[in-house]
Design a protein. Structure first.
Length: 503
């Protein structure tokens, strides 16, 4: 048996006693500290304490226990004649396995009442030091940081007497990733700069997805550990695993539906809103989102900002949909939708944009504040005053334009979108697409533009379609010409003072 001495010092004691007992049955000497040693002794196991090895007592209320040459020398020594002879001269024994998991820093600081003093006390120093030392010397020392690995390690040791070089390397990689994520979580919590010199991200693999945007691309879902009320942490209720494209589409729909106070439904196709409806109930909102574009909604992703009830579920059963996301589903609605076995249902709380948005580019990462900008003052730009009651449709058109791809034009009327021109290289093209989709329904509706309107052409197209109100950020050198065209057409134009480019 290659493994003769194991140092065990863990916070999470899941599976600990069974694992230590298995090592003892293989005649492995167990070295331990503090609470771990007490736990093992109470289970009837023979334990050598770290203090017995070092000859030094624990110091500073337990802050210093394992930081000692007789511990780290035994872990870090290469198994060659020179270093083995040096250890013998110093009276230091080899340590062949290090089993360590760390103080729960992330769980501690997740408490909103956590103080700085409490957070600092939950930063592990000795544990990461031992894990890194063992991982550095993995050809000779086995690093174990996860209780999930105990069973496999024991089985291999029983059958083979030792771990393969590949398995040792894999455990070392896991240990280094574990300590790196631990340090990143600490740095992320302590840093207060908007854009720090080094951005520490802690992402945990949740699952490998069936494929990426296309079947020939592999993909995976990683989660940010502390954002448990976000889409990535949504609770699946039925159906097969969400795909890469499902998640991407849902992210766009999820953010937009969260913007509305009234019951709202957003339908998304290819990460672009294709229909948005408001109503007095979830069912009415869905009905209007479906009427907005009954063709594009087919096979789409649907998000609600209210729980799905039986009335809504009855309408949802009528068409083919990929995914439905809502803050909840009544038992009756779940039972009704269960008949569509391939339909994915997910529970996720509504959430407005917050924090930072990240986007990868070749060789780097673009980071910006999430677009949480809101309009606080709608300014009438020309001579024409808006009619009474335009605000709800105006807000609907404006918020939808915020989540459509630039250049974006949105037409809304009757608490539903009628036409969405998205991702166009010219604003007039976006306007023509939105107006063509709306058709005769555009008459009297509200047109919203995510960016300023630099030329009269968009206004002239809106006038030809009978648009009742135009919303735009303003700020172009061509504002005067656009305003003049709106005044000439008798269309009120309002400036928001804020744009919503989404590339």
């Amino acid at each position: 048996m290659h493994i003769k001495r194991a140092l065990i010092s863990v916070y999470n004691k899941e599976g600990l006693v069974d694992f230590a007992r298995a090592l003892a049955e293989m005649n492995v000497q167990i070295i331990s500290t503090g609470g771990t040693a007490r736990c093992l002794k109470e289970a009837g196991l023979t334990v050598t304490t770290v203090q017995d090895i070092t000859g030094s007592p624990e110091m500073l209320g337990g802050r210093v226990k394992t930081l000692h040459p007789k511990i780290h020398g035994g872990i870090l020594a290469r198994r060659d004649d020179s270093q083995l002879k040096e250890l013998e001269q110093l009276g230091i024994g080899l340590i062949d396995m290090v089993v360590v998991n760390l103080y729960p820093f992330e769980e501690t600081v997740a408490d909103p009442n956590c103080t700085l003093e409490t957070a600092l006390e939950n930063i592990d120093i000795g544990g990461p030091s031992m894990l890194r030392a063992a991982a550095k010397n993995f050809p000779a020392v086995i690093p174990l940081c996860s209780p999930g690995d105990y069973r496999e390690v024991v089985e291999v040791l029983r059958q083979e007497g030792d771990l393969s070089p590949e398995m040792r390397r894999g455990l070392a990689v896991r240990a280094f990733a574990h300590t790196a994520a631990y340090d990143a979580a600490i740095a992320s919590w302590l840093q207060k700069e908007e854009f720090p010199e080094r951005l520490a991200l802690v992402l945990k693999l949740d699952s490998q997805l069936r494929y990426g945007e296309n079947p020939h691309q592999q993909a995976a879902l990683y989660k940010l550990p502390r954002q448990t009320d976000s889409l990535a942490w949504g609770q699946p209720l039925q159906g097969k695993q969400l795909s890469y494209n499902n998640y991407n589409d849902a992210d766009a729909a999820f953010a937009l539906v969260s913007e509305f106070d009234r019951p709202a439904v957003v339908a998304v196709k290819h990460a672009v809103p294709c229909g948005v409806g408001l109503g007095d109930s979830a069912a009415q909102a869905f009905s209007r989102a479906r009427q907005a574009d009954p063709v594009s909604i087919f096979g789409g992703v649907i998000t609600f900002n209210r729980p799905v009830d039986v009335e809504a579920a009855r309408l949802l059963r009528e068409i083919f949909l990929e995914v439905i996301i809502a803050p909840g589903f009544t038992p009756e609605a779940k039972e009704m939708l269960a008949a569509k076995k391939n339909l994915r249902l997910m529970i996720c709380p509504n959430q407005l944009p917050r924090g930072h948005s990240l986007r990868s580019i070749s060789g780097g990462l673009l980071v910006q504040q999430a677009d949480s900008g809101i309009v606080t003052d709608w300014k009438v730009a020309g001579r024409i005053q808006p009619p009474k009651g335009w605000e709800e449709d105006g807000g609907l058109a404006w918020l939808t334009a915020k989540y459509a791809k630039s250049n974006a034009i949105v037409i809304a009327k009757g608490t539903m979108t009628l036409g969405i021109g998205s991702g166009c290289t010219s604003r007039i093209d976006a306007a023509n697409i939105a107006l063509a989709a709306a058709g005769e329904r555009a008459r009297g509706g509200v047109m919203a533009s995510d960016g300023f309107i630099p030329f009269p052409d968009v206004v002239e197209a809106a006038a030809s379609a009978g648009i009742g109100v135009i919303l735009q950020p303003g700020g172009s050198k061509g504002d005067d010409k656009a305003i003049a065209a709106a005044d000439a057409a008798g269309i009120p134009m309002l400036f928001t003072g804020i744009r919503h480019f989404r590339h």
